[in-house]
Design a protein around this ligand. Sequence first.
Ligand code: SF4
Ligand code: SF4
Length: 405
Amino acid sequence: MQYRRLVKNGEDLSVLGYGCMRFPTKNGRIHEDKADKQMLYAFKNGVNYYDTAYPYHGGRSEVMLGKFIKKHNIRDQVYIADKLPAFLVNRSEQIKKYFETQLERLDTNYIDYYLMHMLDSMQTWEKLKKLGILEFIEEKKAKGEIRHIGFSFHGRPEEFIKILEDYDWEFCQIQFNYLDEYNQAGLAGLKRASELGIGVVIMEPLRGGNLAAKAPAKVKEKFNEYSEKRSPAFWALRWIWNHPEVGVVLSGMNVDEHIAENIEVARLTEPNSMSKEEIGIVDDVKEIYRELMKVPCTGCNYCMPCPFNVDIPGTFTDYNNKYFFGDRQSQFQYIGKVVGMMGIKKSGADLCTDCGKCEKHCPQEIEIRKELKVAHKELDNWFLRRAMKVIMFFMGGRSRKRQEA
Ligand code: SF4
Ligand code: SF4
């Protein structure tokens, strides 16, 4: 295992972090024996960074992680990353309540790496500041209950830079992989964070597994041209670790072979170690994906902001993903935009008023208005919209009850 330092004066962290969002399950609950064995295998092979969050597995992820650490008596050998559910916080006292619940679930009295979860817009960050988050962080850091502070991000590139530059963050967590070089925080965000001395944790390195087993046949053929036989997941992870700005890469591992493979790539890949030939193969693969694209959007963001808050590049990403991977995930992502998930304003293509402002700025000369209509027609789904609203209602209700208890 290789180790990189994420924050100034911080600890040496394994470049592979354990994502506790996708534990193995049995009858709808975490399969605790299996999860324990898998985490122990990772730990014995050098993984020392474990990432969880308040809503993962309905709160059971934090409990599972706490049990694992206690059972093996390794609190002083691992680093816990956990996240404040920023999207559920509406009153000052909730910040403290969530944090205390998390310590209790984790069965610990400090969190090593604490993040504002899905801090996707300045709006959410300003809300937290008004509710006293800065004073809370200061107090908890002084008491040693929070060791390092950061935020996780899934929003638009310009929002990422604003949040990044607005506070003395120690680290951040972004989605990054060879298909998301220009989406969300992207490569530019990764570089900016590095310039500011802010450590970067990577999530979704395989886009929820899409860049692994679900990769299109043409992509697999291209990878197979290389002299050494490697899986698409191996290539995707190797490409990320080749970037010297990257600190920890999280992987939600729940298959034994995948854990072993991830550990092997983490052992082999040093920054800037990919050969020209290897980089060329990944570039060819990106080109294959570009050919499969429905809309040739590069995610450059020149068309943004839309005065009516349509997330233009985000909508095209969801639309393209539907054709790359043929799964439901992209549709869920898009419906989240239409209904406005997790406290983020609605940003679906149905908000488009046909004003035409965006099209003047698109270097790809995309007929944005026309394509948005097609994308919306293909991705929108009345049933999923209803289902998502119900989920949001119950999440809000459950959170309210916990806070009132
Ligand atoms: S045409 Fe639609 S998407 Fe483009 S700027 Fe106007 S409202 Fe926004
Ligand atoms: S300007 Fe064009 S290519 Fe760039 S993000 Fe907007 S739609 Fe995509």
